[in-house]
Design a protein around this ligand. Sequence first.
Ligand code: E4P
Length: 227
Amino acid sequence: MKFFIDTADIDEIKEAMSWGCLAGVTTNPSLYARTGGKLADFEGHMLKIAEICEGLPVSAESQSKTTEGMVEDGRRLSALAPNIVVKLPICAESLAATHTLAAEGVRINMTLVFSPTQALLAANAGARYISPFVGRFDDIAEDGVQQLANVVACVQNYDWSGKNVDDEVEIITASVRTPNHVTQAALLGADIATVPFGALKKCLKHPLTDQGMASFDADWAKVVAAQ
Ligand code: E4P
């Protein structure tokens, strides 16, 4: 399973990129707002992320509510850099926009997906990526991992050749809160998990690793002292 980072923060992206295990970036309006970014700087900021990511897919979200507006945003955002993926929230308007944009070779990440039927509609319309949300189900005391399992199974039942420019649909596990969400997504065979930087750092840590390093340090100090 591939790791994307779920942030619009340049420093976080740079640090995660330096680890060498990042395969893409997802942003959303909330994440951009969190950087303190202004409307006029939005596209420049997306371009900067796309350049830092050296060809890896970077999702930039349209805020339009109409099909025409989404198509216009999609054309403009995707023209910024070849690795920009246009993120649209699942609805009738975005399905129509996806159909138009996918035919033009634009990659779409369909977001705010909470059901297999939404995912199947998005894939049929031409979405390149589908983002089912896990954590927001957990927030309302429902089993987000089971919901993800249903989406993964339904999408992976079919061949999506001819539906988008890459002839494939990848599932991005979104709304990830914990390392366990990442593990469960991988066990289910989800293609990608997009993980906030805080959760990504938690994925890297284990108390037994820290304990092991501390004991190696202590024993190595004895070796050095014995010289
Ligand atoms: C990613 O594409 C989504 O926008 C993001 O994972 C949503 O996460 P949240 O539920 O923590 O806002």
